[in-house]
Design a protein around this ligand. Sequence first.
Ligand code: ADP
Ligand code: ZN
Length: 738
Amino acid sequence: MPGLDFLTYAVADDGRMPAIGARVVVPLGSRVVTGIALGEAAERGIDRAGIKPIRQILDDEAFIPAEVIELARWTAEYYAAGPGETLTAVLPPKTRGSRVDAHKTLRVAAISAAGLEAVASEPDLTAKQRELLQLLTGAPSGLPTPELAARGFAADTVRRLARRGYVNLRNDRVDRDPFGARHVPGTCLAPEAPKGPRRLTGEQTAALERLERLLDARAFKVALVHGVTGSGKTEIYVRLAQLVTAAGRSVLMLVPEIALTPAVAAIFRDTFGDRVAIQHSGLSDGERHDQWMRIRRGDVDVVVGTRSAVFAPLANIGLIIVDEEHDGSYKQEESPRYNGRDVAIVRAQRAGALVVLGSATPSLETYYRAVTGKYERVVLERRVLDRPLANVVIVDMREEFAALGPDAILSRTLEQSIHVRLERNEQSLVLLNRRGFATAVFCRQCAGTLDCPNCSVSLVVHGETSSRRARCHYCNYSARVPNACPLCAGPYLEQAGFGTERVEAELKAKYPGARIARLDRDSIRRKGALDQLLSRFRAGELDVLVGTQMIAKGHDFPRVTLVGVISADVGLGLADFRASERTFQLLTQVAGRAGRGEQPGEAIVQTLYPDHYSIQLACRQNYEAFFDRELQFRKAMRYPPLVSIINTVVRARTFSAAMDDAAEIVQRVRERAAPRGDIRVLGPAPAPLGRLRGEYRAQLLIKGTNRKQMREALQAAIAARADVARRTMVDVDPVSVL
Ligand code: ADP
Ligand code: ZN
C-alpha cells in the first residue's frame, strides 16, 4: 500500500492562498510539477525549515470541485488506498503538464448533385461505388471517411468517386465528440430513437410517481428499481432526469460497460440534446478531456458514464442513477479498488440527492438493504406491452454427450433452434463466458499441460489455425503452440476446453450461409470495432452474435428471438462466494435479451448441472426464491451482506515468504482485533490464483461488521512492516476473492 502522499508547501511571497482544488506549480526535488491544492496543513508539528513555497497558482477557483476532492479523500480512506493515486483517478487525462489540442479535423465525404443523379442513371459504376453512393444518399450532410472505411469502403473507392465529381470531400473542424457520427442520418449506430413521447405503462407510471415523490423531498434517499428485463427502466430514468433538470439540478447516470454507454447516451441525447456528456475509458484522452471540460464549465446537465464518471466535476447533482447496479464492472480491480455504485451513494448523500439503483437481478447487498427497509423498493413485474419473458429450456449436456460424443458444443435442441431462426430471418445471441479457441493444451503422453511460466494458470489458445498462439489471460505472456510437448517431447499435444472463438468456428461450419460474428474483448481491440459490431447486429446485417457476458448486458435488440447459452457452468466451479449469484445474474440477464420486440423469445441453456438452484431459478426468473436461498448460504458461511469482508493478498518471490508474511499480518490483526467485537481473520492460505506474474500469493480474509475497525486493525498490522506493505493488496468489499 502506498503511503501518504500529501506534501506541504508554503504560500508564495504574495501571500495568496490557493483555493482547495486549484492547480498549483510546485518544486519537487529537482523538478517542477503541477499539483492540486488539497487543504491547509495544521501548523503544529511542521518543520518549517524544509518547506518550499508554491511557485504559481494556476486557477483562481477550484479546478477540481472541492466536493469531488472530498469524495476522493473519502474513497481513499474507505478503500485503504493512497490519496495520491485516488486523486489521480479523478483528474481528467493530460491535465498535468502537457497541453491538449481542443480540436481536430475530420475528413467528411458527402454526395454531390451529380452523384445523386449518377445513382439513378449512371450504368458505369462498380457495385461498391453504387453501394457507397446509396449510403451517402441517406446522409446528406456526409459521413466521416474513417466511418466509411469501417464499413468496408476502401479509400480508393471514395477517391475515384470524388474525381468523377460524385462525391465532395471536405475537412470539418470538430470538438472531439465521442458521439461522433452516431447522429448523422443514414447511419444506424444508435438504437432507433423512440418515435415521439410514448405512453408509459401502468407500472412505469406508478414507479415514476413514487420516484418523483422521493425527489420532491430534495434529500438523500436510495431507491431500488427492481424491474424484470424489458420492463422499460430506461424510459423511467429519462423521465425522472427530465424532472430533475427542469428543476435546475443535474443528473449523473452510471452504466457498467463501455458497450452500453453509446446506446444509453444516445437515448439521453434524444431528450437532452447537447446538454449530455459522456465519460468512459474507451474514449481517447483527448475526447475524455474535452468531455471533462464541458462538464466542468457547466455546459451539460447530464453525464452518462462508466464507474469513473462518479467523480465527474458536475455541480448541483439532484439525481444519480446506477443502472445494472449488481454489475461487477462497477468495481475497479486496481487501487483505488472502489465500487462506483457505493461511491455514488456517498456522493448523493453529501449532495442531498436521490439515488436510483436499477436492476432485474439486484446484488444481494442491495436487495438485503431494500427488504430491511434501508432503501425504497420500486417493483416492475412485467415487460412493456405485456411482452412475455423468454421461454427458457434447460438442456442436460450429459445426455447430449452420451448421444453426440464428448466433443459436442451445440446440443441438438440449440442447433435446431438456430436453424429455425436463420430460416425465419430472426436473430440469435450465443453466449459463452470464456474467451479463446481452446482453454488448455495437454500432452497425452505425460499428462503435462501448457502453463504460463509466470502464473499458475494454463495458457489459452487463440487465433486462426495458421497463426495460432497460446496466451495467458493474466499477464499476456504468449507463445506459438508447439508441435511437441515441451516436457516429454511427445508429439501428442491435444487442445481441450473451448471458448468463444471455437464456438464461432463451429457455427460458421454448421451454417455456411449465415452471417456470424463474435463479440468479446479480443474482437473489439480496435477502436470503433465494438460500435461497429453492435450497429451491424442492430441493423440486421448479422444473423448470429457469439460472445462473452458483453452480449448479455442491457442491450435492447428487438430482432433477437433466441438466446443460446453454450455452458451455464463456466462460473459455477469458481472458489468464490459470489459464484452462484453471478451465474444467476448472467443467465437471467442473457435470457432477458430474447423476445424484446414483437416476436416472443426463447432461451436455451446448456448445463451439466440442470438441478443447481441458480440455474433452475434463473430459468424460472424467480429472483425472490434465489435471494432467499442464497441468503441462507451467506448467513451460514458468514459472507456479505451479513458481514463485511476485506480481502488481503501478500505477494512474494517464494511461496513460503508469501505465507510467512501473511501469517504475520494475520497474527497482528488477531491481536489488535481480539478485544473488539466480532472481527474474524481467515488464513493465511495460498490465494486461488497462487502465482501471478512471477510472484507467489498468499491470502487472508477479514470478516466482521465494523469495517472501520477491520480496516484500522489491518492497516496497523501492515504498517509495522514497510517492505511487506509494498507487496500487499487490500480489497475492501471485494467483488471477487479470486
Ligand atoms: P429494461 O432496461 O427494463 O430491460 P428497456 O428500458 O430497455 O428495458 O425497455 C425495453 C424496450 O421497451 C425498449 O425497446 C424500450 O424502448 C421499450 N419501451 C419502454 N417503455 C415503453 C412504453 N411505455 N411503451 C412502449 N415501449 C416501451
Ligand atoms: Zn501469465
